[in-house]
Design a protein around this ligand. Sequence first.
Ligand code: C2E
Ligand code: CA
Ligand code: CA
Length: 536
Amino acid sequence: VELNDVAARILTRPEAELVGASWTARLEPSARERLAEPLAAMAAGRLPGWHGELSLRSREGLRWVEVALSPLSATAGDGMFVAQMVDVTARRAAEDMLTAQAREDSLTGLANRVQLRERLESALAAPPGDGSGVVVLFCDLDDFKLVNDSGGHTLGDGVLVELSRRLTSLLTGDDLAARIGGDEFVVLRPRGGSSEDAEALASEVLAALGAPILVGGQPFSLGVSIGIAWGSPGASADDLLRDADSAMYAAKREGKRRAVVFSDEHRAQSLRAVRIESELRQALASGELEVYLQPVVDLADGSWTAAEALVRWLHPERGVLAPGEWLDVAESAGLMPEVGEWVLERACTLALAWPGAPGFPAPVLHVNVSARQLDVAGFSDVVRDILGKTGLPPERLVLEFTETQLDNVTDALMADLTELRASGIGLAADDFGTGYSPLTRIIELPLSMIKIDRLFVGAMLEDRRSQAIVTTLVGLSDFLGLALVAEGVETEEQAERLRGLGCSSGQGYLWSRPLPPDEFLLRLSEAPAVTRPASG
Ligand code: C2E
Ligand code: CA
Ligand code: CA
Protein backbone atom coordinates (compact mmCIF):
# COMPACT_ATOMS: atom_id res chain seq x y z
CA VAL A 1 0.00 0.00 0.00
CA GLU A 2 2.74 2.37 0.95
CA LEU A 3 6.52 2.42 1.35
CA ASN A 4 9.25 4.96 1.87
CA ASP A 5 12.32 5.65 -0.27
CA VAL A 6 14.67 3.52 1.76
CA ALA A 7 12.37 0.51 1.53
CA ALA A 8 12.23 0.95 -2.23
CA ARG A 9 15.99 1.13 -2.31
CA ILE A 10 16.35 -2.03 -0.24
CA LEU A 11 13.94 -3.82 -2.55
CA THR A 12 15.76 -2.24 -5.54
CA ARG A 13 12.59 -1.38 -7.41
CA PRO A 14 10.88 1.98 -8.00
CA GLU A 15 8.06 2.77 -5.58
CA ALA A 16 5.51 2.77 -8.39
CA GLU A 17 6.37 -0.78 -9.30
CA LEU A 18 6.12 -2.01 -5.74
CA VAL A 19 2.88 -0.38 -4.63
CA GLY A 20 0.03 -2.73 -5.32
CA ALA A 21 2.30 -5.77 -5.62
CA SER A 22 3.01 -8.38 -2.99
CA TRP A 23 6.27 -7.47 -1.26
CA THR A 24 6.81 -11.09 -0.25
CA ALA A 25 7.17 -11.85 -3.97
CA ARG A 26 10.63 -10.30 -3.74
CA LEU A 27 11.74 -12.77 -1.03
CA GLU A 28 13.72 -15.92 -1.68
CA PRO A 29 11.41 -18.95 -1.89
CA SER A 30 12.85 -20.37 1.34
CA ALA A 31 12.29 -17.06 3.16
CA ARG A 32 8.73 -16.94 1.88
CA GLU A 33 8.10 -20.41 3.23
CA ARG A 34 9.46 -19.42 6.62
CA LEU A 35 7.10 -16.45 6.74
CA ALA A 36 3.92 -18.26 5.71
CA GLU A 37 3.10 -19.62 9.14
CA PRO A 38 3.74 -16.42 11.20
CA LEU A 39 1.83 -14.34 8.62
CA ALA A 40 -1.18 -16.58 8.92
CA ALA A 41 -0.95 -16.51 12.72
CA MET A 42 -0.75 -12.72 12.77
CA ALA A 43 -3.62 -12.38 10.37
CA ALA A 44 -5.66 -14.63 12.63
CA GLY A 45 -4.72 -12.48 15.64
CA ARG A 46 -2.83 -15.33 17.33
CA LEU A 47 0.60 -13.69 17.03
CA PRO A 48 1.36 -10.08 18.07
CA GLY A 49 4.38 -9.71 15.77
CA TRP A 50 7.37 -11.36 14.08
CA HIS A 51 11.05 -10.60 13.85
CA GLY A 52 13.84 -12.24 11.85
CA GLU A 53 16.35 -12.09 9.03
CA LEU A 54 15.22 -12.82 5.48
CA SER A 55 17.01 -13.05 2.18
CA LEU A 56 15.68 -11.43 -0.94
CA ARG A 57 16.62 -11.24 -4.58
CA SER A 58 17.44 -7.82 -5.81
CA ARG A 59 18.99 -6.42 -8.96
CA GLU A 60 22.29 -6.38 -7.04
CA GLY A 61 22.12 -10.01 -6.09
CA LEU A 62 21.20 -11.62 -2.80
CA ARG A 63 20.48 -9.19 0.05
CA TRP A 64 19.79 -9.83 3.68
CA VAL A 65 17.25 -7.78 5.58
CA GLU A 66 16.32 -7.80 9.19
CA VAL A 67 12.54 -7.53 9.27
CA ALA A 68 10.14 -6.62 12.08
CA LEU A 69 6.51 -7.28 11.20
CA SER A 70 3.56 -6.07 13.18
CA PRO A 71 -0.17 -6.24 12.30
CA LEU A 72 -1.52 -2.78 11.59
CA SER A 73 -4.65 -3.23 13.64
CA ALA A 74 -5.42 -5.56 16.49
CA THR A 75 -8.51 -6.71 14.66
CA ALA A 76 -8.07 -10.16 13.34
CA GLY A 77 -8.41 -10.79 9.67
CA ASP A 78 -7.60 -7.43 8.14
CA GLY A 79 -4.24 -8.75 6.88
CA MET A 80 -2.40 -5.40 6.95
CA PHE A 81 1.14 -5.20 8.30
CA VAL A 82 3.86 -2.75 8.92
CA ALA A 83 7.24 -4.13 7.93
CA GLN A 84 10.35 -2.38 9.18
CA MET A 85 13.46 -3.40 7.33
CA VAL A 86 17.16 -2.95 7.97
CA ASP A 87 19.66 -3.98 5.30
CA VAL A 88 22.16 -6.29 7.05
CA THR A 89 23.90 -7.64 3.92
CA ALA A 90 27.27 -6.20 4.91
CA ARG A 91 27.10 -7.68 8.40
CA ARG A 92 26.13 -11.10 7.03
CA ALA A 93 29.03 -10.99 4.61
CA ALA A 94 31.43 -10.18 7.44
CA GLU A 95 30.02 -13.06 9.48
CA ASP A 96 30.37 -15.46 6.57
CA MET A 97 33.95 -14.41 6.17
CA LEU A 98 34.67 -15.03 9.84
CA THR A 99 33.05 -18.45 9.66
CA ALA A 100 35.17 -19.28 6.63
CA GLN A 101 38.27 -18.02 8.39
CA ALA A 102 37.57 -20.23 11.38
CA ARG A 103 37.75 -23.14 8.97
CA GLU A 104 40.72 -21.95 6.99
CA ASP A 105 44.43 -21.68 7.56
CA SER A 106 45.10 -17.95 7.45
CA LEU A 107 48.60 -18.23 5.96
CA THR A 108 47.91 -20.58 3.06
CA GLY A 109 44.14 -20.43 2.63
CA LEU A 110 44.00 -24.23 2.82
CA ALA A 111 41.43 -25.89 5.06
CA ASN A 112 42.36 -26.04 8.74
CA ARG A 113 41.98 -28.90 11.17
CA VAL A 114 38.31 -28.05 11.91
CA GLN A 115 37.28 -28.18 8.28
CA LEU A 116 39.37 -31.29 7.65
CA ARG A 117 37.59 -33.11 10.46
CA GLU A 118 34.15 -32.09 9.17
CA ARG A 119 34.93 -33.20 5.66
CA LEU A 120 36.58 -36.42 6.82
CA GLU A 121 33.67 -37.28 9.07
CA SER A 122 31.10 -36.67 6.38
CA ALA A 123 33.17 -38.66 3.86
CA LEU A 124 33.31 -41.60 6.25
CA ALA A 125 29.60 -41.34 7.03
CA ALA A 126 28.50 -41.30 3.39
CA PRO A 127 29.88 -44.38 1.66
CA PRO A 128 30.13 -43.88 -2.10
CA GLY A 129 28.83 -47.44 -2.47
CA ASP A 130 31.23 -48.26 -5.29
CA GLY A 131 33.85 -50.00 -3.16
CA SER A 132 36.16 -47.01 -3.05
CA GLY A 133 37.35 -45.76 0.30
CA VAL A 134 38.52 -42.59 1.94
CA VAL A 135 42.20 -41.82 1.48
CA VAL A 136 44.18 -39.66 3.87
CA LEU A 137 47.73 -38.55 3.12
CA PHE A 138 49.54 -37.17 6.14
CA CYS A 139 52.43 -35.05 4.81
CA ASP A 140 55.20 -33.68 6.98
CA LEU A 141 57.99 -31.59 5.45
CA ASP A 142 61.49 -32.92 6.04
CA ASP A 143 63.91 -30.46 7.58
CA PHE A 144 61.66 -27.44 7.21
CA LYS A 145 63.46 -26.13 10.27
CA LEU A 146 66.51 -25.55 8.07
CA VAL A 147 64.54 -23.07 5.96
CA ASN A 148 63.34 -21.14 9.01
CA ASP A 149 66.75 -21.23 10.63
CA SER A 150 68.63 -20.05 7.59
CA GLY A 151 66.11 -17.65 6.10
CA GLY A 152 63.86 -16.56 8.94
CA HIS A 153 60.14 -16.96 9.37
CA THR A 154 59.04 -14.64 6.57
CA LEU A 155 60.93 -16.78 4.11
CA GLY A 156 59.56 -19.93 5.76
CA ASP A 157 56.02 -18.55 5.34
CA GLY A 158 56.68 -17.90 1.67
CA VAL A 159 57.82 -21.47 1.19
CA LEU A 160 54.69 -22.81 2.91
CA VAL A 161 52.47 -20.68 0.67
CA GLU A 162 54.26 -21.90 -2.45
CA LEU A 163 54.04 -25.54 -1.36
CA SER A 164 50.34 -25.12 -0.58
CA ARG A 165 49.80 -23.76 -4.06
CA ARG A 166 51.53 -26.83 -5.53
CA LEU A 167 49.47 -29.12 -3.35
CA THR A 168 46.22 -27.44 -4.43
CA SER A 169 47.15 -27.86 -8.09
CA LEU A 170 47.11 -31.65 -7.60
CA LEU A 171 43.57 -31.77 -6.27
CA THR A 172 40.70 -33.09 -8.30
CA GLY A 173 36.99 -33.52 -7.62
CA ASP A 174 36.14 -33.55 -3.92
CA ASP A 175 39.77 -33.60 -2.74
CA LEU A 176 40.66 -31.33 0.15
CA ALA A 177 44.07 -30.06 1.22
CA ALA A 178 44.50 -28.90 4.79
CA ARG A 179 47.34 -27.44 6.82
CA ILE A 180 47.08 -28.76 10.34
CA GLY A 181 50.39 -27.78 11.88
CA GLY A 182 53.49 -25.71 11.19
CA ASP A 183 54.74 -27.93 8.38
CA GLU A 184 52.09 -30.63 8.40
CA PHE A 185 49.58 -31.01 5.60
CA VAL A 186 46.80 -33.49 5.01
CA VAL A 187 45.30 -34.38 1.65
CA LEU A 188 41.87 -35.95 1.85
CA ARG A 189 40.44 -37.83 -1.10
CA PRO A 190 36.87 -38.78 -0.16
CA ARG A 191 36.56 -41.31 -3.01
CA GLY A 192 39.95 -42.90 -2.95
CA GLY A 193 39.55 -45.80 -5.30
CA SER A 194 42.17 -48.45 -4.75
CA SER A 195 45.29 -48.30 -2.63
CA GLU A 196 47.28 -48.02 -5.88
CA ASP A 197 45.45 -44.77 -6.58
CA ALA A 198 46.39 -43.54 -3.13
CA GLU A 199 50.04 -44.35 -3.77
CA ALA A 200 49.88 -42.66 -7.16
CA LEU A 201 48.54 -39.51 -5.51
CA ALA A 202 51.32 -39.70 -2.90
CA SER A 203 53.93 -39.94 -5.68
CA GLU A 204 52.53 -36.80 -7.24
CA VAL A 205 52.72 -35.00 -3.90
CA LEU A 206 56.30 -36.19 -3.38
CA ALA A 207 57.30 -34.91 -6.81
CA ALA A 208 55.42 -31.62 -6.57
CA LEU A 209 56.64 -30.65 -3.10
CA GLY A 210 60.13 -31.99 -3.71
CA ALA A 211 60.68 -29.90 -6.84
CA PRO A 212 63.27 -27.18 -6.21
CA ILE A 213 62.03 -23.96 -4.69
CA LEU A 214 63.89 -20.68 -4.52
CA VAL A 215 64.96 -19.88 -0.98
CA GLY A 216 66.85 -16.61 -0.71
CA GLY A 217 67.70 -16.80 -4.41
CA GLN A 218 69.04 -20.34 -4.13
CA PRO A 219 67.21 -23.39 -5.44
CA PHE A 220 66.44 -25.62 -2.50
CA SER A 221 64.77 -29.01 -2.52
CA LEU A 222 62.58 -29.72 0.46
CA GLY A 223 61.56 -33.31 1.02
CA VAL A 224 58.30 -34.55 2.39
CA SER A 225 57.45 -37.71 4.31
CA ILE A 226 53.99 -39.07 3.67
CA GLY A 227 51.85 -41.53 5.59
CA ILE A 228 48.96 -43.08 3.68
CA ALA A 229 45.89 -44.50 5.36
CA TRP A 230 42.88 -45.90 3.60
CA GLY A 231 39.55 -46.01 5.43
CA SER A 232 36.37 -47.81 4.58
CA PRO A 233 33.02 -46.21 5.40
CA GLY A 234 32.22 -46.40 9.08
CA ALA A 235 35.85 -46.04 10.19
CA SER A 236 36.51 -43.29 12.69
CA ALA A 237 38.13 -40.04 11.62
CA ASP A 238 40.44 -40.13 14.63
CA ASP A 239 41.67 -43.63 13.80
CA LEU A 240 42.29 -42.76 10.18
CA LEU A 241 44.28 -39.63 11.00
CA ARG A 242 46.24 -41.47 13.67
CA ASP A 243 47.04 -44.33 11.29
CA ALA A 244 48.21 -41.90 8.60
CA ASP A 245 50.31 -40.13 11.22
CA SER A 246 52.01 -43.38 12.33
CA ALA A 247 52.72 -44.29 8.72
CA MET A 248 54.26 -40.82 8.25
CA TYR A 249 56.59 -41.50 11.20
CA ALA A 250 57.52 -44.81 9.60
CA ALA A 251 58.39 -42.89 6.43
CA LYS A 252 60.66 -40.62 8.49
CA ARG A 253 62.32 -43.60 10.14
CA GLU A 254 62.90 -45.27 6.80
CA GLY A 255 64.88 -42.27 5.61
CA LYS A 256 62.39 -39.47 4.74
CA ARG A 257 61.36 -38.27 1.26
CA ARG A 258 59.04 -41.21 0.78
CA ALA A 259 55.48 -42.40 1.26
CA VAL A 260 54.56 -45.34 3.46
CA VAL A 261 51.19 -47.08 3.51
CA PHE A 262 49.80 -47.81 6.95
CA SER A 263 49.99 -51.55 7.57
CA ASP A 264 49.21 -54.17 10.17
CA GLU A 265 52.79 -53.89 11.30
CA HIS A 266 52.29 -50.21 12.10
CA ARG A 267 49.08 -51.11 13.84
CA ALA A 268 50.98 -53.62 15.98
CA GLN A 269 53.55 -50.94 16.73
CA SER A 270 50.99 -48.45 17.89
CA LEU A 271 49.30 -51.12 20.01
CA ARG A 272 52.70 -51.86 21.52
CA ALA A 273 53.16 -48.17 22.30
CA VAL A 274 49.79 -47.98 23.99
CA ARG A 275 50.52 -51.07 26.08
CA ILE A 276 54.02 -49.98 27.05
CA GLU A 277 52.83 -46.54 27.99
CA SER A 278 50.26 -47.74 30.47
CA GLU A 279 52.57 -50.40 31.91
CA LEU A 280 55.35 -47.87 32.23
CA ARG A 281 53.26 -45.42 34.23
CA GLN A 282 52.56 -48.33 36.54
CA ALA A 283 56.24 -49.31 36.62
CA LEU A 284 57.30 -45.81 37.64
CA ALA A 285 54.85 -45.87 40.51
CA SER A 286 55.67 -49.36 41.72
CA GLY A 287 59.45 -49.10 41.50
CA GLU A 288 60.16 -51.48 38.61
CA LEU A 289 62.85 -49.23 37.15
CA GLU A 290 66.48 -49.67 38.08
CA VAL A 291 69.79 -48.12 37.12
CA TYR A 292 72.55 -50.44 35.85
CA LEU A 293 76.14 -49.26 35.79
CA GLN A 294 78.86 -49.78 33.21
CA PRO A 295 82.43 -48.78 34.09
CA VAL A 296 84.48 -46.29 32.11
CA VAL A 297 88.03 -47.56 32.23
CA ASP A 298 91.40 -45.81 32.14
CA LEU A 299 93.16 -47.44 29.18
CA ALA A 300 96.56 -46.96 30.78
CA ASP A 301 96.02 -48.77 34.09
CA GLY A 302 92.60 -50.39 33.80
CA SER A 303 91.14 -48.52 36.75
CA TRP A 304 87.45 -47.70 36.83
CA THR A 305 87.37 -43.93 36.65
CA ALA A 306 83.68 -43.51 36.02
CA ALA A 307 80.44 -45.39 35.47
CA GLU A 308 77.57 -44.73 33.10
CA ALA A 309 74.06 -45.09 34.50
CA LEU A 310 71.90 -47.07 32.06
CA VAL A 311 68.26 -47.44 32.90
CA ARG A 312 66.61 -50.86 33.03
CA TRP A 313 63.01 -51.90 33.47
CA LEU A 314 62.73 -54.96 35.71
CA HIS A 315 59.50 -56.17 34.18
CA PRO A 316 57.66 -58.67 36.38
CA GLU A 317 56.88 -60.95 33.41
CA ARG A 318 59.30 -60.05 30.67
CA GLY A 319 62.50 -59.77 32.70
CA VAL A 320 65.14 -57.07 32.38
CA LEU A 321 64.22 -54.72 29.54
CA ALA A 322 66.96 -52.57 27.99
CA PRO A 323 65.96 -49.02 27.04
CA GLY A 324 65.88 -49.91 23.33
CA GLU A 325 62.64 -51.77 23.97
CA TRP A 326 60.69 -48.96 25.58
CA LEU A 327 62.51 -45.65 25.91
CA ASP A 328 61.11 -44.35 22.59
CA VAL A 329 57.60 -44.82 23.95
CA ALA A 330 58.51 -43.04 27.20
CA GLU A 331 59.80 -40.15 25.07
CA SER A 332 56.76 -39.83 22.85
CA ALA A 333 54.32 -40.34 25.73
CA GLY A 334 55.86 -37.44 27.60
CA LEU A 335 57.08 -39.64 30.45
CA MET A 336 60.69 -38.73 29.89
CA PRO A 337 61.20 -35.83 32.25
CA GLU A 338 59.86 -38.05 35.01
CA VAL A 339 61.91 -41.15 34.10
CA GLY A 340 65.00 -39.00 33.58
CA GLU A 341 64.71 -37.28 36.95
CA TRP A 342 64.15 -40.59 38.64
CA VAL A 343 67.29 -42.04 36.99
CA LEU A 344 69.37 -39.02 37.97
CA GLU A 345 68.32 -39.12 41.59
CA ARG A 346 68.70 -42.88 41.91
CA ALA A 347 72.12 -42.83 40.23
CA CYS A 348 73.38 -39.96 42.41
CA THR A 349 72.30 -41.82 45.53
CA LEU A 350 74.12 -44.96 44.37
CA ALA A 351 77.28 -43.06 43.40
CA LEU A 352 77.61 -41.59 46.88
CA ALA A 353 78.31 -45.08 48.21
CA TRP A 354 81.13 -45.84 45.77
CA PRO A 355 84.50 -46.05 47.47
CA GLY A 356 87.67 -44.46 46.27
CA ALA A 357 91.13 -45.88 46.90
CA PRO A 358 94.45 -44.18 47.61
CA GLY A 359 95.36 -42.40 44.41
CA PHE A 360 92.06 -43.42 42.83
CA PRO A 361 89.16 -41.07 43.52
CA ALA A 362 85.66 -42.53 43.64
CA PRO A 363 84.31 -43.01 40.09
CA VAL A 364 82.51 -40.16 38.38
CA LEU A 365 78.87 -40.76 37.50
CA HIS A 366 77.66 -40.40 33.89
CA VAL A 367 73.94 -39.91 33.31
CA ASN A 368 72.19 -39.73 29.94
CA VAL A 369 69.86 -36.83 29.32
CA SER A 370 67.01 -37.06 26.85
CA ALA A 371 65.93 -34.29 24.49
CA ARG A 372 62.59 -34.27 26.23
CA GLN A 373 64.23 -33.34 29.51
CA LEU A 374 65.87 -30.37 27.84
CA ASP A 375 62.54 -29.17 26.44
CA VAL A 376 61.31 -28.51 29.94
CA ALA A 377 62.28 -25.10 31.28
CA GLY A 378 64.58 -25.02 34.27
CA PHE A 379 66.61 -28.13 33.46
CA SER A 380 69.61 -26.84 35.41
CA ASP A 381 67.39 -26.21 38.47
CA VAL A 382 66.25 -29.83 38.39
CA VAL A 383 69.86 -31.05 38.30
CA ARG A 384 70.94 -28.66 41.06
CA ASP A 385 68.00 -29.74 43.27
CA ILE A 386 68.88 -33.41 42.88
CA LEU A 387 72.53 -32.80 43.68
CA GLY A 388 71.47 -30.80 46.73
CA LYS A 389 69.07 -33.49 47.85
CA THR A 390 71.48 -36.41 47.42
CA GLY A 391 74.69 -34.60 48.34
CA LEU A 392 76.71 -35.74 45.32
CA PRO A 393 79.42 -33.13 44.54
CA PRO A 394 78.91 -31.58 41.08
CA GLU A 395 82.46 -32.56 40.07
CA ARG A 396 81.39 -36.19 40.26
CA LEU A 397 78.63 -35.83 37.68
CA VAL A 398 78.83 -35.90 33.88
CA LEU A 399 75.69 -35.39 31.81
CA GLU A 400 75.66 -37.05 28.37
CA PHE A 401 73.85 -35.50 25.43
CA THR A 402 73.55 -36.96 21.96
CA GLU A 403 74.66 -34.98 18.98
CA THR A 404 71.14 -34.53 17.65
CA GLN A 405 70.13 -32.88 20.91
CA LEU A 406 72.98 -30.46 20.54
CA ASP A 407 71.75 -29.53 17.05
CA ASN A 408 69.04 -27.43 18.40
CA VAL A 409 70.34 -25.34 21.23
CA THR A 410 68.11 -22.42 22.19
CA ASP A 411 69.43 -19.45 24.13
CA ALA A 412 67.68 -20.72 27.25
CA LEU A 413 69.30 -24.14 26.93
CA MET A 414 72.69 -22.59 26.28
CA ALA A 415 72.33 -20.59 29.50
CA ASP A 416 71.38 -23.78 31.35
CA LEU A 417 74.37 -25.70 29.99
CA THR A 418 76.77 -22.86 30.77
CA GLU A 419 75.47 -22.67 34.32
CA LEU A 420 75.79 -26.43 34.83
CA ARG A 421 79.33 -26.45 33.45
CA ALA A 422 80.29 -23.49 35.65
CA SER A 423 79.07 -25.37 38.71
CA GLY A 424 81.60 -28.13 37.98
CA ILE A 425 79.34 -30.66 36.26
CA GLY A 426 80.87 -32.32 33.19
CA LEU A 427 79.04 -32.24 29.85
CA ALA A 428 79.68 -34.97 27.28
CA ALA A 429 78.75 -35.21 23.59
CA ASP A 430 77.49 -38.81 23.36
CA ASP A 431 77.56 -41.06 20.28
CA PHE A 432 79.79 -38.48 18.67
CA GLY A 433 80.30 -38.71 14.94
CA THR A 434 76.97 -40.32 14.05
CA GLY A 435 74.94 -37.12 13.75
CA TYR A 436 75.47 -34.40 11.22
CA SER A 437 76.08 -31.41 13.41
CA PRO A 438 78.95 -29.22 12.32
CA LEU A 439 82.20 -29.65 14.20
CA THR A 440 81.94 -26.04 15.32
CA ARG A 441 79.19 -27.15 17.72
CA ILE A 442 81.74 -28.68 20.04
CA ILE A 443 83.51 -25.34 20.27
CA GLU A 444 80.34 -23.32 20.78
CA LEU A 445 79.03 -25.51 23.56
CA PRO A 446 80.54 -25.69 27.04
CA LEU A 447 81.47 -29.36 26.65
CA SER A 448 84.08 -31.18 28.71
CA MET A 449 84.05 -34.57 27.00
CA ILE A 450 83.47 -36.41 23.74
CA LYS A 451 82.30 -40.02 23.58
CA ILE A 452 83.22 -41.69 20.28
CA ASP A 453 80.34 -43.76 19.01
CA ARG A 454 80.82 -47.52 19.12
CA LEU A 455 80.20 -47.68 15.38
CA PHE A 456 83.69 -46.29 14.75
CA VAL A 457 85.34 -48.37 17.46
CA GLY A 458 83.74 -51.52 16.10
CA ALA A 459 84.83 -50.81 12.51
CA MET A 460 88.19 -49.22 13.30
CA LEU A 461 90.36 -52.29 12.82
CA GLU A 462 89.09 -53.09 9.32
CA ASP A 463 87.95 -49.73 8.05
CA ARG A 464 90.54 -47.02 7.52
CA ARG A 465 87.91 -44.29 7.43
CA SER A 466 86.64 -45.21 10.90
CA GLN A 467 90.18 -45.23 12.17
CA ALA A 468 90.72 -41.81 10.60
CA ILE A 469 87.72 -40.48 12.50
CA VAL A 470 89.02 -41.89 15.78
CA THR A 471 92.44 -40.39 15.10
CA THR A 472 90.89 -37.02 14.28
CA LEU A 473 88.80 -37.02 17.43
CA VAL A 474 91.86 -37.85 19.55
CA GLY A 475 93.67 -34.84 18.08
CA LEU A 476 90.68 -32.57 18.34
CA SER A 477 89.93 -33.44 21.96
CA ASP A 478 93.61 -32.98 22.90
CA PHE A 479 93.68 -29.63 21.20
CA LEU A 480 90.46 -28.44 22.82
CA GLY A 481 91.29 -29.89 26.22
CA LEU A 482 88.32 -32.25 26.19
CA ALA A 483 88.30 -35.71 27.74
CA LEU A 484 87.70 -38.56 25.28
CA VAL A 485 85.99 -41.91 25.83
CA ALA A 486 85.78 -44.65 23.21
CA GLU A 487 82.53 -46.59 23.50
CA GLY A 488 81.73 -50.20 22.68
CA VAL A 489 85.22 -51.66 23.17
CA GLU A 490 84.74 -55.42 22.91
CA THR A 491 88.17 -56.84 22.19
CA GLU A 492 91.69 -56.48 23.52
CA GLU A 493 92.83 -55.62 19.96
CA GLN A 494 90.51 -52.65 19.88
CA ALA A 495 91.76 -51.49 23.29
CA GLU A 496 95.33 -51.86 22.12
CA ARG A 497 94.70 -49.86 18.94
CA LEU A 498 92.97 -47.13 20.94
CA ARG A 499 95.94 -46.90 23.28
CA GLY A 500 98.20 -46.67 20.23
CA LEU A 501 96.13 -43.83 18.81
CA GLY A 502 96.40 -41.95 22.09
CA CYS A 503 92.87 -42.42 23.39
CA SER A 504 92.84 -42.40 27.19
CA SER A 505 89.50 -43.97 28.22
CA GLY A 506 87.24 -46.74 27.06
CA GLN A 507 83.94 -48.35 27.86
CA GLY A 508 82.61 -51.68 26.67
CA TYR A 509 81.91 -55.35 27.15
CA LEU A 510 85.66 -56.03 27.22
CA TRP A 511 85.72 -54.75 30.78
CA SER A 512 82.14 -55.18 31.85
CA ARG A 513 78.55 -55.21 30.74
CA PRO A 514 76.23 -52.83 32.56
CA LEU A 515 75.82 -54.27 36.07
CA PRO A 516 73.09 -54.11 38.71
CA PRO A 517 74.09 -51.62 41.45
CA ASP A 518 75.13 -54.15 44.11
CA GLU A 519 77.20 -56.15 41.64
CA PHE A 520 78.88 -52.99 40.42
CA LEU A 521 79.68 -52.00 43.99
CA LEU A 522 81.07 -55.46 44.72
CA ARG A 523 83.36 -55.43 41.68
CA LEU A 524 84.49 -51.93 42.53
CA SER A 525 85.22 -52.81 46.14
CA GLU A 526 87.18 -55.96 45.27
CA ALA A 527 90.48 -54.27 45.94
CA PRO A 528 92.78 -54.21 44.09
CA ALA A 529 90.36 -54.79 41.19
CA VAL A 530 90.02 -51.04 41.07
CA THR A 531 93.44 -50.82 39.54
CA ARG A 532 93.31 -53.99 37.46
CA PRO A 533 91.40 -54.68 34.26
CA ALA A 534 88.45 -56.85 35.22
CA SER A 535 88.07 -60.13 33.42
CA GLY A 536 84.81 -60.76 31.52
P1 C2E B 1 74.34 -45.04 25.10
O1 C2E B 1 74.24 -43.83 25.96
O2 C2E B 1 75.21 -44.94 23.89
O3 C2E B 1 74.78 -46.22 26.05
C1 C2E B 1 75.65 -47.21 25.67
C2 C2E B 1 74.91 -48.43 25.20
O4 C2E B 1 75.84 -49.31 24.61
C3 C2E B 1 74.26 -49.20 26.34
O5 C2E B 1 73.09 -49.81 25.85
C4 C2E B 1 75.30 -50.26 26.63
O6 C2E B 1 74.77 -51.41 27.24
C5 C2E B 1 75.80 -50.56 25.25
N1 C2E B 1 77.14 -51.09 25.26
C6 C2E B 1 78.11 -50.86 26.17
N2 C2E B 1 79.24 -51.50 25.83
C7 C2E B 1 79.00 -52.15 24.69
C8 C2E B 1 79.79 -53.00 23.86
O7 C2E B 1 80.95 -53.28 24.10
N3 C2E B 1 79.20 -53.48 22.73
C9 C2E B 1 77.92 -53.19 22.43
N4 C2E B 1 77.41 -53.70 21.31
N5 C2E B 1 77.13 -52.40 23.20
C10 C2E B 1 77.68 -51.88 24.33
P2 C2E B 1 71.74 -49.72 26.63
O8 C2E B 1 71.96 -49.81 28.09
O9 C2E B 1 70.82 -50.67 25.97
O10 C2E B 1 71.28 -48.25 26.35
C11 C2E B 1 70.94 -47.85 25.06
C12 C2E B 1 70.72 -46.39 24.98
O11 C2E B 1 69.58 -45.98 25.73
C13 C2E B 1 71.87 -45.57 25.55
O12 C2E B 1 72.87 -45.47 24.60
C14 C2E B 1 71.21 -44.28 25.84
O13 C2E B 1 71.14 -43.48 24.68
C15 C2E B 1 69.81 -44.69 26.21
N6 C2E B 1 69.69 -44.68 27.66
C16 C2E B 1 70.04 -45.63 28.56
N7 C2E B 1 69.74 -45.23 29.81
C17 C2E B 1 69.20 -44.00 29.70
C18 C2E B 1 68.69 -43.05 30.65
O14 C2E B 1 68.68 -43.24 31.86
N8 C2E B 1 68.21 -41.88 30.15
C19 C2E B 1 68.22 -41.61 28.82
N9 C2E B 1 67.75 -40.44 28.41
N10 C2E B 1 68.69 -42.47 27.92
C20 C2E B 1 69.18 -43.66 28.35
CA1 CA C 1 75.47 -42.51 26.91
CA1 CA D 1 76.83 -43.59 23.57
